[in-house]
Every structure is written in C-alpha cells, then in structure tokens.
Design a protein around this ligand. Structure first.
Ligand SMILES: *[C@@H]1O[C@H](CO)[C@@H](O)[C@H](O)[C@H]1NC(C)=O
Ligand SMILES: *[C@@H]1O[C@H](CO)[C@@H](O)[C@H](O)[C@H]1NC(C)=O
Ligand SMILES: *[C@@H]1O[C@H](CO)[C@@H](O)[C@H](O)[C@H]1NC(C)=O
Ligand SMILES: *[C@@H]1O[C@H](CO)[C@@H](O)[C@H](O)[C@H]1NC(C)=O
Ligand SMILES: *[C@@H]1O[C@H](CO)[C@@H](O)[C@H](O)[C@H]1NC(C)=O
Ligand SMILES: *[C@@H]1O[C@H](CO)[C@@H](O)[C@H](O)[C@H]1NC(C)=O
Ligand SMILES: *[C@@H]1O[C@H](CO)[C@@H](O)[C@H](O)[C@H]1NC(C)=O
Ligand SMILES: *[C@@H]1O[C@H](CO)[C@@H](O)[C@H](O)[C@H]1NC(C)=O
Ligand SMILES: *[C@@H]1O[C@H](CO)[C@@H](O)[C@H](O)[C@H]1NC(C)=O
Ligand SMILES: *[C@@H]1O[C@H](CO)[C@@H](O)[C@H](O)[C@H]1NC(C)=O
Length: 566
C-alpha cells in the first residue's frame, strides 16, 4: 500500500471528502497515491473497499435505484467492490437478490417484497449483475484518461439459494423448485445462466487468468515475483493494456445438488477462482491469527527480520480485511490494518464516526457520512505544514520528511536531516544515512553504493523503512525523495528535476496516443484548470516559482547538470 500522500492542513479535515462528489484535494491525494505505486504489482496496492450487500442493497434495496450510489462509490475512488451473487437453482440463473421469486409473482417494474428463510428482501429482478457490469463499463469509458484511470477489484462471493426442504438439508425435488419458477411476466428474462455471460460485457477491459498466463511468459523476474505469481503493475494494466477490472471469487458456497451450478473451464479462464495461485486473501477482523500477526508486526519495529519482510512483499497477494456488525472498523483499527498491509472492506451496517457538524461521536448508518469518515484514512497523508513552525506550507518548504512513523510533512529543502536510501534490487532493504544533509545532497550523492535516495512505494516498503529507522535508533525527521519543486503541488519523486507527469503527458505524443483520442483535449484542459485553481488561490505562487527556479538553476550549476526543469 502506498504510504504517503499530501493534504492541506489549512483545509479542515472534513472538507477532504464530500460525498457523493470528491474534494479536489482528495482527488490529488488519490492520483498521487496511484502514481507513486504505478510500477509495483497491482496485488500489493492498497485500496478502499465496500461490500455492496451491506452498504448499498441493505439501504437502497435490490433495485436499479442502487445504481446511482454504485456510480457514486466508483466516482469517489472505491477500488474494491465485494458482491454476493446467488445461484437460483429453480430458474437456473445468477441473481443479486438472495431470495427466489414464487411462481405466482407478477412483475410490474417495481420491487417485490420477498420473505425467505426468516428474512425480508425488496428485490427488483431487473437489477442484475450484468446491469452493474454495464454501469462499470460506462464508468471505465468516462475515466479512460491519464488523470482518472484506475483499476477495480471486483470480489464475488458465490452463493446458492438454499431450497432444502427441512432443517436437515434434504435436497429439493423438481416439484419443490417449480414453486419458484415465476409463471407470468418477464422475471425469468433477467440474469444470466453462466458466470462467463454475467461478466461478458467487460470484454477486454477485464484482466483474466488467460492474460496472467501470457504476462507470466512475458516478463522477467523481478523482486516482487519471488514466488512466481506476481500480477502486472497498475501502469501495465491500465495504461498499456487498458485492463480496468479483475473478477475474483472470494468464496464459493455453491453445492453439488442436481440443480446447482457447475463451474466450467471457460469460467475459470476469465475469472480468478480461489485455487488460482494468483488468488487473494480476504481476512475477517475477528480472525485472531490476523489480529495477533498485525499487533506483533507493529510492536516489533526495529527487530523485524528481512526474510519476513521479503515474504510479506512476495508471498502475499491482495490482502483484504472485512469487518462485520459485531466488530466494525473504527478510526484506530482501520489505520492499524492498513499499517499492517491490509486493504479494508467496509461491511458493517453501522459505524462509530464523528459528526462533522457537532463534533460528537455518533453511531451512523449514513453511507455518505461513513465514506467521508474512512475514505481519506486509506491514505497516509503528508500534512502540508512546515515541519519547523507548524504553520502552513511556506514558499521554501517544497520537500517531504517523515516526522514520525506514519506522518510526513513538508520542510525547507535546505534543512539538514538523516535520509532514506533504498536498495536498488531489494525494495524492503533500507539504509538510513544518519549524517544530516540537505535534500539536494541526499539526492545527489549521499546514499552508499547499491542504494538510492527513495520513498516507500508500498506499505511493506514503509514498514521496512520504519524498521530500519528504529533499528538504528535514528530520530525523525528523515528525508524521503518527494518534492514539488518544479510544479506547485505536483509532488513527485526522482530528485529536484523530476517533472510533473501531467505536464509531460501534454507533450508526449506516445503516451497520449494510448489514451482514448476523444479525451486528449479534455485531459489537457483538466490539467490546466487544476493547476490554475491553485495558482489563483495562492498569491505567493509567482514569487515562489521564481525563487525555486533560481535555486534549481544554482543547484544545476553546482552539480553540472544540463537542462532546466520547466
Ligand atoms: C402467492 O402464493 C402464496 C401461497 O403459495 C400466497 O401466500 C401469496 O399471497 C401469493 N401471492 C400473490 C401475489 O398472489
Ligand atoms: C430429513 O428430514 C426428513 C423429514 O423432514 C426425513 O424424512 C429424512 O429422513 C431426514 N433425513 C435425514 C438424513 O435425517
Ligand atoms: C446477460 O443477461 C442480460 C439480461 O439480464 C442480457 O442483456 C445479456 O445479453 C446477457 N449476457 C450474455 C452474454 O448472455
Ligand atoms: C515470476 O517468476 C516465475 C519463476 O519464478 C516466472 O516463470 C514468471 O515469468 C515470473 N512472472 C513475472 C510476472 O515476472
Ligand atoms: C452439474 O453436474 C452434475 C453432475 O455432472 C449434474 O448432475 C447436474 O445436473 C449439473 N447441474 C446443472 C445445473 O447442469
Ligand atoms: C485466519 O487467517 C489465517 C491466515 O492469516 C488463515 O490461515 C485462517 O484460516 C483464518 N481463520 C479463520 C477462522 O478464518
Ligand atoms: C476519525 O477520522 C476522521 C477523519 O478521517 C475524523 O474526522 C474523526 O474525528 C475521527 N473520529 C474519531 C472518533 O476519532
Ligand atoms: C450530525 O448532527 C446534525 C445535527 O444534530 C444532524 O442533523 C445530522 O444528521 C448528524 N449527522 C450524522 C451523520 O449523524
Ligand atoms: C541489495 O539487496 C540484494 C538482494 O537482497 C543483496 O544481494 C545486496 O547485497 C544488497 N545490496 C547492498 C549494497 O547491500
Ligand atoms: C536511542 O536514542 C536516544 C536519544 O536519541 C537515547 O536516549 C537512547 O538510549 C538510544 N537507544 C539506544 C538503544 O541506543
């Protein structure tokens, strides 16, 4: 998981998110988060996730009305979506509604109230998984540009409507099932009879096990692929292959009754099943093993063995953590699981959150309030406050330091601090230089042979860096390689010359060519609007820009670099 990001302390925390739209700051945060880990395998990247059963259908019913909030969830950057999909043995189709429709049901474009096994559901049969897939495809079309492109993990729990006729699970007969085959109307025309059909609309937007096979044959071994099951990077998937989604089965509760679904080889070629070596792990907050491992890891900073870090980085894929009503996330537990390398999935009905109006802690079932509370916590934020005087970012504070295990701030690049160097061939091996240097020197020649001045790109890299800082008993602040010297608020790594990628995009024909042609103009305008907004609201900008330009030129001269960053 990417560990650092930027945010204004000037802006009160609650304006960070603004369900159902996204504040421009959080947009920047999410984009930076994506970009800093663009080149590491997708299975290591942390995401914000929700379970649709509890967050959507329990609130809006199983009705097409839910698609509005579904799209809102995608718009705010929800990258993991968990869905329960039910096999209806009577109609032989996959449906979202957990209950079957009785034979005498009539359907008039409305939700139907269904009693099933002691629970009540309101279901509209026209809300199918295929319809949600369609909605996602439309979202992918709208976000097919360098600014917004991202990758979605669609996690499916396969379930089966239980038709057994008694408590001891007696298998239903043909006669039992016929009571649940609607006789009139169009109910039976909704839904698909195979998994591959259900997700067919994704087409080449889906990254499939077949793609994984090709990819395995294509790429050289890299550090993160020690166990031989690495997935491609976000860059490879979203930019080069335009794969925006992967469908992964978390659990399969489909039985082998005569009316049950038989998973086919074709299904397995487009969907990742748990037995696939590239499968994911969905842990529960109630799993003691997971809790203990997490606590041990965090308490053991300074003494974690390199082999354990290597295992975390290379043997664990797509680690998700799911809460429930008995143990729902709160701010602390949410952050703790993220610090241990898990991507949380919100799965409880109700959460303890702060009411932004009153400042009091409340139990809330309001989807917007819940998203507002947790979304920004998915990122470890860099406060745009000056490390020295706690005031908001000043003209000279353009470089980033860690000031504690999980908090980073901006500092004057000429301040002298220890600095973080990463082993070029082993990203979980760090060297912390304890002689104090300026950011510029840390970048140019401070790190020992085989190491380079760097920033953690994933959570496991952050854990490794923290471990090294504790091991050597170095006190914060510590420089990492991030700055926004060349373009205000476009934070990049790669030393003082690193260009803002969105500037490059505008001129680099090749990259632009990979993006949907109709969007090229849009992307350019968006970048300008985005930059302009900050320029306008920031009166010291002009002076600051000249100041830094001069500084960088001086630095260039000193170190005999060619070229001037624009
Ligand atoms: C359908 O039949 C059940 C009994 O099998 C009955 O309780 C229910 O009211 C009927 N529903 C409609 C809409 O006629
Ligand atoms: C299950 O219950 C049914 C009646 O409810 C009975 O006829 C059958 O023998 C039971 N089967 C088992 C395996 O206990
Ligand atoms: C899946 O079902 C929907 C109707 O619910 C239908 O429009 C679509 O064509 C089906 N897909 C395939 C591949 O059969
Ligand atoms: C991962 O390593 C295995 C062998 O260890 C190799 O066959 C495979 O091509 C590599 N895959 C990637 C994605 O690098
Ligand atoms: C699945 O396969 C089993 C055994 O091959 C068969 O009895 C059953 O009818 C099949 N189910 C469906 C839904 O086709
Ligand atoms: C708890 O998580 C561990 C993996 O960390 C897994 O092996 C185990 O099966 C899980 N236990 C339960 C009850 O799910
Ligand atoms: C939880 O975090 C949010 C911001 O992410 C903050 O506004 C809220 O006050 C925190 N709640 C508690 C109970 O600390
Ligand atoms: C917060 O408090 C205000 C005023 O009491 C109330 O109107 C609002 O519904 C509360 N919001 C949540 C999410 O509890
Ligand atoms: C970097 O890591 C590699 C692989 O673990 C190791 O062989 C090498 O010695 C390390 N480099 C340095 C300079 O320690
Ligand atoms: C770590 O440094 C602090 C002061 O910076 C010192 O008090 C402490 O004894 C040191 N601990 C070790 C284990 O060196």
């Amino acid at each position: 998981m990417t560990p650092w990001i930027l945010l204004f302390l000037l802006v009160p925390a609650y304006t960070l998110e603004n369900w159902p739209s996204l504040s421009s700051i959080l947009t920047v945060v999410q984009r930076s988060h994506r970009d800093v880990s663009k080149d590491v395998p997708n299975d290591q990247i942390g995401t914000f996730g929700v379970s649709l059963g509890t967050q959507l259908f329990a609130r809006k019913d199983y009705s097409p009305d839910a698609l509005v909030d579904f799209r809102n969830l995608l718009n705010v950057g929800t990258q993991t979506l968990m869905v329960d999909l039910y096999w209806n043995g009577a109609t032989q189709i996959w449906q979202l509604c957990p209950a079957p429709y009785p034979a005498n049901t009539t359907y008039t474009d409305d939700t139907i109230r269904l009693e099933w096994k002691g629970k009540t559901y309101n279901c509209d049969p026209s809300l199918t998984m295929a319809l949600m897939v369609k909605s996602m495809v439309s979202y992918f079309g709208d976000t097919n540009n360098v600014l917004l492109v991202n990758i979605i993990n669609l996690i499916i729990n396969l379930k089966e409507i239980d038709f057994s006729t008694s408590n001891n699970g007696t298998v239903a007969s043909k006669g039992d099932l016929s009571k649940y085959i609607p006789q009139t109307g169009s109910i039976n025309t909704y839904g698909n009879s195979t998994l591959v059909d259900t997700f067919a609309e994704f087409g080449t937007l889906a990254f499939t096990p077949l793609d994984q096979d090709i990819f395995n044959g294509l790429r050289d071994d890299s550090f993160y692929n020690i166990s031989g099951t690495s997935t491609p990077s976000v860059y490879y998937l979203a930019w080069l292959d335009l794969n925006r989604v992967a469908v992964r089965i978390a659990g399969n509760e489909v039985k082998d009754n005569w009316y049950s679904y038989n998973i086919t080889e074709t299904d397995k070629s487009v969907i990742f099943f748990p037995e696939n070596p590239n499968a994911m792990m969905v842990a529960s907050v109630t799993n003691e093993t997971v809790l203990n491992e997490c606590t041990t890891l965090l308490n053991n900073m300074g003494n974690i063995q390199t082999s354990q870090l290597v295992d975390m980085a290379t043997k664990q894929h797509f680690k998700f953590i799911l809460d429930d009503d008995t143990d729902s996330f709160n701010n602390d537990s949410y952050t703790r699981f993220i610090s241990c390398g898990y991507s949380p999935i919100l799965n409880a009905k109700e959460y303890s959150i702060s009411n932004f109006t009153t400042g009091e802690d409340v139990r809330s079932q309001d989807l917007g309030a819940i998203i507002n509370n947790f979304l920004a916590r998915t990122f470890l934020l860099t406060e745009l406050t000056d490390v020295d005087d706690e005031e908001s970012m000043k003209a000279a504070t353009r470089c980033v330091v860690f000031v504690s295990d999980l908090l980073s701030k901006v500092a004057n690049c000429y301040n002298q601090y220890p600095y973080a160097c990463q082993n070029i061939s082993n990203p979980v091996d760090w060297f912390i230089g304890d002689d104090e240097r300026e950011y510029f020197d840390a970048y140019s020649d401070a790190c020992p042979e085989g190491y380079q001045f760097s920033v953690p790109h994933l959570l496991v890299e952050l854990i490794s860096m923290r471990n090294e800082i504790h091991k050597k008993n170095i006190s914060y602040p510590v420089w990492v390689d991030i700055n926004d010297i060349t373009v205000n608020l476009c934070f990049v790594s790669g030393g003082p010359y690193a260009n803002c990628p969105y500037q490059e995009t505008v001129s680099k024909q090749k990259l632009v060519g990979l993006i949907a042609p109709s969007f090229v103009v849009g992307a350019v305008i968006l970048v300008l609007m985005f930059l302009e907004r900050f320029f306008r609201t920031n009166p010291i900008q002009t002076r600051r820009k000249t100041y830094w330009r001069r500084r960088v030129l001086e630095f260039n001269k000193l170190h005999e670099y060619e070229g001037v960053p624009s």
